[in-house]
Write a protein that binds this ligand. Sequence first.
Ligand SMILES: Cc1cc2nc3c(=O)[nH]c(=O)nc-3n(C[C@H](O)[C@H](O)[C@H](O)COP(=O)(O)OP(=O)(O)OC[C@H]3O[C@@H](n4cnc5c(N)ncnc54)[C@H](O)[C@@H]3O)c2cc1C
Length: 320
Amino acid sequence: MLEGMDTINESYDVVVVGGGPAGLNGALVLARSRRSVLVVDAGHPRNAPAHAVHGLFAREGTPPAELLARGRDEVTSYGGTVVDGELVGAQRVGEDLEVRLADGRTTRARRLLVTSGLVDVLPDVPGLPERWGRDVLHCPYCHGWEVQDQAIGVLAVNHMVVHQALLFRQLTDDLTVFLHRSTLEPEDAETLQALGIRLVDGEVTGLTVEDDRLTGVRLADGTVVARDAVVVATSMRANAAFLDGIGLRAVAHPSGVGEHVPADPTGRTEVPGVWVAGNVTDLTAQVGASAAAGALAGAGLNGDLALEDARRAVDRLRRA
Ligand SMILES: Cc1cc2nc3c(=O)[nH]c(=O)nc-3n(C[C@H](O)[C@H](O)[C@H](O)COP(=O)(O)OP(=O)(O)OC[C@H]3O[C@@H](n4cnc5c(N)ncnc54)[C@H](O)[C@@H]3O)c2cc1C
C-alpha cells in the first residue's frame, strides 16, 4: 500500500463507484443493513461549479460540497468506508467482481453499484466552459429562480431549445433565443413569438464578460446582444468506460440528449450483480431523484444479497 492512502479490504459485499448523491444514499442504505460497503469517489460531482443545491427539500440552498461531506459522514458512521480514488477497471472473477483503482489497488465485491454520474459536453462556443454553472446554465430548477427577471438568452443547439425557452419564459419577460446554426419549425417559431420571445439569427461566436460577469452574446457579424445569463443544452455522457471489462457500456439515450447505461426501474442492469443509479443511467435526474434512485438500488442490492445468502445457507445445510 502507498503511504498516506486509506486502507481498503480484500473484499466487500458491495463496491459503490462514485460518491455523489446516488452513491452515498445507496451506501447509506447498504451500511444500515449491515452490508460491508466501500465507496470509491473520484471527487468531481457534476454540480461542483454551482454555489448551492436548489430544489431539494429540507436542504434547499446547501453548497454541494457540504451536502456530500455530510453524506460521507453518515455512511462512515454506520461502518461504511469512503475513499478518494478513481475506478479504472472491473472484471468478473468467479462469482465476484474485481475492481481496479487508478493507483493500482484492487478489491473484490459480490455486487457493484455504479453511480459515476455523467459529463456535460458543452456546445462548441468559446467562453462557455469558463462560465458554466455560474451564468451559463442548463436547468431552470437548479438556477432559474436566481436569474429571474434578468435578460436571458437561450442558445439553440438541439431540439431542447423550445422546451428550455418555454421554461425560462416562466422566469423572465426578457428572453432571447439565439438560433446559432439551427432553424426552427415554423410552428415553434410562432409559439415563441406569441410568448414575446425574441428570435435572433446568426452564429454565436462568443460571450462578453466584464468584472467576472456575463454581459452579452457575440454574433459572427460582431453584434453583441446584452444578456445576463445564457441557457445551453449539453450532450450528457455517462461515465462508464471503466465497465468495459464486464461488458457494460453506455448507449444512446432514446430522448437523443446523450448516452446512458440502461437499467430496470430498480437500477438492475443486464450484467448480473451490477446496479446503476443517478445520472449514469437517468441523465436528467436531479439531486433528490439521484439520491432516491441510489437508495432504491441499495435496497435492491441488499434484497438480492439476502436471497443469495439464503441459497448458500440451504446448500450448506444440505451438504452437512
Ligand atoms: C452546474 C450544475 C448545477 C446543478 N444544480 C443542481 C441543483 O441546484 N439542484 C439539483 O437537484 N440538481 C442540480 N444539478 C444536477 C446534479 O448535479 C445531479 O443531479 C447530481 O449530481 C447527480 O448525482 P449522481 O450521484 O448521479 O452523480 P454526481 O453527483 O456527478 O457524482 C458522481 C461521482 O462519481 C465520481 N466518479 C466518476 N467516475 C468515477 C470513477 N471511475 N471512479 C470513482 N468515482 C468516479 C465523480 O467524480 C463524482 O464524484 C446541477 C447540475 C449542474 C451541471
